[in-house]
Design a protein. Structure first.
Length: 321
């Protein structure tokens, strides 16, 4: 069995490759080529399991996740995970992949795909809410698809945002990256917004957003969580989701918005449908991508890592999480 560490995963699957893989996975999902039941959750979403299988090959991915909201205070990512890859023909587990890194990479790639599809081509200012373990890949992915000149990070702990800004500045020297104290400073003139928090209440008001902003909301993945105000969904010219069933079962902020305006549900469009050209894309006004994360994302990045590691005959037998 291949044992692929987080560091090795990043060597095998750079951000740009992850974005391409997730883009294809979204199209496959909307066309029914990947079987993926709604995520299994225990507790208040602090224990999760995700399963995905490709219909044609029976290749299968299984991810087990724990979420501990107190981890960042101890210097650990809130999300911890492992990913198993099973060969479709034999059913043999072929790889064990460090899933915390894979989750951050594929989630960032999802925002990269949505930003490339929906944000203005000249988008230059990115605001990121949440400076935890998911934030860096959000920044890297958006910067990979748009000419971002400035990144603003805001977090409930300002020092955490400052540390993340310093870390990112070292790898993105052409981009001005800084921590800001509040939502007003983050959103003033922002072209793209990413929310990656565990909030249970909206992070900002619609009136704080620029008229033609694109928002990637990925943090609220249980019905009890909420990052976006309900009226943003209602006034957006386009609301894209990973999969309708997953979004309506898990996305707390979207569920609230649909309860307030049931007609919103009929306006939701899967991002795979947009990518496949099945629905027209409206880029004017404010656009929203609401992601709860689906197994197809894990499948896409895990498959690419396994293929490349196998081709190179490499792995890390002394892997430690």
């Amino acid at each position: 069995m291949l044992l692929i560490s987080g560091a090795r995963l990043r060597e095998l699957v750079p951000v740009e490759a992850a974005i391409d893989a997730v883009r294809r996975a979204y199209v496959d999902s909307s066309r029914g080529r990947i079987e993926q039941p709604v995520r299994l959750a225990v507790g208040e979403g602090d224990g999760l399991a995700m399963l995905g299988r490709e219909s044609g090959t029976a290749d299968t991915v299984l991810k087990a996740i724990t979420v501990r909201r107190g981890n960042p205070a101890a210097g650990l990512p809130a999300v911890q995970a492992v990913v198993l890859w099973f060969d479709g023909e034999t059913g043999v587990p072929r790889a064990l992949i460090e899933g915390t890194t894979l989750t951050a990479l594929r989630t960032g790639a999802a925002s990269g795909v949505a930003t490339d599809l929906l944000a203005r081509p000249d988008a230059a200012v990115l605001a990121v809410f949440g400076a935890g373990g998911q934030a860096a890949d959000q920044v890297r992915s958006v910067c990979a698809v748009r000419p971002i000149r400035e990144v603003r990070l805001v977090d409930v702990v300002f020092e955490r945002a400052a540390r993340r800004a310093e870390e990112l500045a070292a790898s993105l020297p052409a981009v001005r990256i800084r921590a800001v104290p509040d939502s007003a400073a983050a959103l003033d003139g922002a072209d793209v917004v990413c929310t990656v928090t565990t909030s249970t209440e909206p992070l900002f008001g619609v009136d704080q957003l620029a008229p033609e902003v694109h928002v990637n909301a990925i943090g609220a993945y249980t019905p009890a969580m909420c990052e976006l105000p309900s009226d943003l969904f209602g006034e957006a010219t386009l609301v894209a989701v990973d999969l309708r069933d997953a979004a309506m079962a898990e996305a707390g902020d979207l569920i609230r918005a649909v309860h307030a305006d049931p007609s919103l549900e009929s306006r939701l469009v899967e991002i795979g449908e947009l990518l496949a050209g099945g629905r027209p894309i409206e880029r004017s006004g404010r656009t929203v991508f609401k992601s709860v994360g689906i197994a197809a994302q894990d499948f896409a990045v895990a498959r690419l890592a396994v293929e490349r590691a196998t081709a190179l005959q490499t792995g890390t037998p002394d892997w430690q999480p």
